[in-house]
Design a protein around this ligand. Structure first.
Ligand code: AMP
Length: 525
């Protein structure tokens, strides 16, 4: 296979990233020089000007949190004023500042970086890992994104790939990739549920797989439900233990709580493989006499499970919604694919089995299944991945997770393409001038579910200009909104009278101007 034929699949995660490829008909998850298959999606800027990306940056996060960037995926493509960015400002030790056009920027060691640059550094690390493993250059990739990523988030992810020196052939949804990893080449006819429980979010997607056709039937999610909830619950349990031991509480000590949360996460992971665990937290707080107090905490899995059942239960409310959308019952699902670190918890596996009345599929690693699917999709785009007698290129029929529309004069949201519409798809609308001699028309494009346009996410503005000066309502412009296979919005406009393609100017909100992109490329990452 020629070097430029080699396509890698990258799962660009919030916490970790994974890179895989198809080699001689087999999928390989590619380890780094230390043998690690999972890379922290972290970038550390060191004092000497060098930059460490991946697992090496994780240690830096402990000793130098201000200069170590993580969770870029939570911020990429978001407005500076969004809830996610506001939360980040409160929680993240590194600095997030406002750039032009409402774009959040990371300020570190006196330099400002766009989120695509930070994610691009992680992608470049994954590219380097692949090149080292394969012993040849790699130029093409398929990158995965959450199913609920909007147009801007997808565009910025693609830009991150570009900055990393990768031609991103496709941006595919994580659950679709996971289904592909299980179903590709197996010639099955089945309904698959992809149950994805990560660190901060939960998603469920139901797909109909028929041979090579992977069709998303419905998808639902909760962006505030994840492994963190277990850590918080466990940390509070530990606080209770501290109070019992020392006779005073730590409710008003945020530092102690954040330390406990880190300990809680470790404990939670330990309890996934052991029935009980013990921790010692040294000098957690000072008592009234100024004496340091330790916490010794012993816990068994069963008591933690009892305290956390309701968190898992919340995921089933989301599953109920997705099943309703698919007009199915839980028992109609033929296979449940587990994705995300939280699905390693025995409690989660047991409750998922009870809900769907079948054991979930666990033969693929929940951390790797998405990258594996991306690799299969990547290989199939350039060649027949499994060679002779292999099934043809898979057909991925996704749905758009959010409605796409424009703002009306009265501020309402006029939906052009509804949520859950199969993509690629397009919709044409005719717009006219509203005042005499009007030569420009401005359309504000949003994605979301609120009836009020401003409550949704603004993707950008389109300006139709150079219109013929005429009485109002006379000039008619046909605007076509298309969502392509990558889930990205493409807009074209045509003058109805002349049939001439109408000049448009698109300003992406929370996006970069061509000059800014040029500057990023020049700066290099
Ligand atoms: P992800 O976003 O898929 O990387 O998942 C990250 C989440 O999975 C974090 O909340 C981790 O604490 C959690 N996690 C990772 N490994 C385990 C494990 N062995 N047991 C329980 N939770 C885990």
């Amino acid at each position: 296979m020629a070097a430029n034929d080699h396509v890698i699949g990258i799962d660009l995660g919030t916490t970790n990233s994974v890179v895989a490829t198809v080699l001689d008909g087999e999928v390989h998850v590619m380890p780094d020089e230390a043998g690690a298959r999972l890379q922290a999606s972290m970038v550390a800027f060191l004092e000497d000007g060098s930059v460490v990306v991946g697992n090496g940056a994780r240690q830096e996060a402990v000793v130098d949190p201000i200069n170590t960037i993580y969770s870029a995926k939570r911020l990429i493509g978001r407005h500076y004023t969004s809830t996610e960015v506001k939360t980040a400002l409160q929680q993240f030790p590194f600095k997030v500042v406002k750039g032009k056009n409402q774009v959040p920027l990371i300020e570190v060691r006196g330099e400002r970086y766009g989120l695509p640059e930070i994610s691009g550094m992680t992608l470049r690390r994954m590219k380097d890992i692949a090149e080292r493993y394969l012993g040849q250059p790699v130029g093409q990739a398929v990158v995965t994104v959450p199913a609920n990523f909007n147009d801007t988030q997808r565009q910025m992810t693609k830009l991150a790939g570009h900055l990393a020196g990768l031609d991103v052939l496709r941006v595919i949804n994580e659950p679709t990739a996971a289904a592909l990893a299980y179903g590709y080449g197996r010639d099955i006819d089945a309904r698959i549920a992809v149950y994805d429980f990560g660190g901060g979010t939960f998603d469920i997607t139901i797909l109909q797989v028929r041979g090579n056709v992977f069709e998303v039937v419905s998808t639902a999610g909760d962006t505030f439900l994840g492994g963190d909830d277990f850590d918080n619950r466990l940390a509070r349990y530990m606080l209770l233990g501290f109070k019992q031991q020392h006779g005073f509480g730590l409710e008003h000590d945020p530092l102690a709580f954040s330390r406990l949360k880190q300990v809680a996460e470790k404990l939670k992971c330990e309890l996934s493989v052991k029935d009980r665990a013990i921790v010692n937290v040294r000098e957690l707080a000072l008592n009234a006499d100024g004496k340091p107090c330790d916490l010794r905490f012993q816990v068994d899995r069963q008591s933690v499970d009892e305290r956390c059942q309701d968190i898992v239960q919340r995921s089933f409310l989301v599953c109920d919604e997705a099943l309703r959308g698919a007009r199915m019952k839980a028992e109609d699902v033929d296979g449940v694919v587990l994705v995300g670190g939280t699905t390693r918890m025995p409690l989660v596996r047991q409750m998922v089995a009870e809900y769907f009345r079948r054991e979930p599929l666990t033969d693929l690693n929940p951390d790797e299944v998405v990258a594996i699917g991306a690799a299969i999709q990547g290989a199939s785009l350039v060649s027949d991945p499994f060679e002779k007698g292999a099934p043809a290129q898979p057909l991925l029929l996704d749905v758009t997770p959010m409605s796409l529309g424009v703002q009306t004069v009265s501020g309402y949201f006029d939906v052009l393409i509804p949520r859950n519409a199969s993509i690629p798809c397009e919709q044409t609308r005719v717009f006219t001038t509203t005042v005499d001699d009007q030569t420009t028309v401005r359309l504000q494009i949003y994605q979301g579910e609120s009836k009020v346009a401003a409550d949704n996410t603004k993707l950008g503005e389109i300006e139709l200009y150079g219109l013929r000066a005429a009485p109002r309502g006379e000039v008619e412009i046909e605007v076509t909104f298309e969502i392509d296979a990558d889930g990205m919005v493409v807009v074209t406009a045509r003058d109805r009278e002349t049939g001439i393609e109408q000049a448009t100017r698109i300003n992406v909100s929370a996006g970069y101007s061509p000059d800014e992109v040029e500057a990023m490329i020049e700066r290099g990452i």
